[in-house]
Design a protein. Structure first.
Length: 214
């Protein structure tokens, strides 16, 4: 169990490295004081341009993938190897930890992003099919409703449902990860939900086909 805790701690510290805030420090800006205030790829795209937005997306996805795809299966040489039944929980622990690092980053005063790109990377490190399910659900939601935040929540919930309905290795551990991750994504987007209820949430009009028809 100590090996999993060590890897989860490393994953949290990795998650605390937020792409937009690292780049912002080099450029002398704090993206949390710009646009929507969210230090994620979408706000970076809107306020800093396509190149910065794409770079932030790659960084935030990569740390999620590193946490579950590289760090989780790693066997620390200084610690005894975990039994297979325990090791199955390594990827979920690292996945949740890297997301918590992104939401509450140690390096940036515990004021982080919403964890969507990091979740996609973490899911990709576990299962390419689950990552594809997220992307398809996200695209369908944006096209139908135009809300990026809503699409992110729908994508996370779809991943959780697919993990429950499909057949995957270590399914109990995987379901725990995906349902906790979906809860974190919904919690992180509570402001978006409030703005949608108030009718003030911005829409992605270039992708929103229903809006383009009006």
């Amino acid at each position: 169990m100590s090996a999993i805790l060590l890897k989860a701690l490393i994953a949290y510290l990795l998650g605390s490295v937020i792409g937009s805030l690292v780049i912002g420090r080099m450029r002398g800006v704090d993206i949390r004081a710009m646009g929507s205030g969210n230090p994620g790829a979408t706000n970076a795209l809107r306020t800093q341009g396509k190149a910065i937005g794409l770079t932030v997306l790659v960084i935030d996805m990569s740390k999620g993938w590193l946490a579950t795809g590289v760090l989780a299966p790693w066997a620390p040489p200084v610690l005894a190897a975990s039994p297979a039944a325990v090791q199955a929980w390594s990827a979920p622990a690292c996945g949740i930890a890297v997301m918590l690092g992104h939401l509450y980053p140690l390096w940036f005063g515990f004021r982080g992003g919403k964890g969507v790109a990091t979740l996609i990377g973490a899911v990709l490190g576990v299962s390419g099919w689950l990552a594809l399910a997220f992307v398809l659900a996200w695209l369908a939601s944006v096209i139908l409703f135009g809300f990026v935040g809503l699409a992110s929540m729908v994508g996370a919930v779809v991943v959780a449902l697919v993990s429950a309905c499909g057949t995957f290795p270590a399914q109990d551990a995987l379901m725990t990860f995906t349902f906790l991750a979906a809860a974190l994504i919904i919690h992180a987007h509570r402001g978006n939900l409030a703005r949608m209820r108030a009718g003030t949430e911005a829409r992605a009009r270039r992708l929103w086909l229903l809006g383009a028809r009006r």
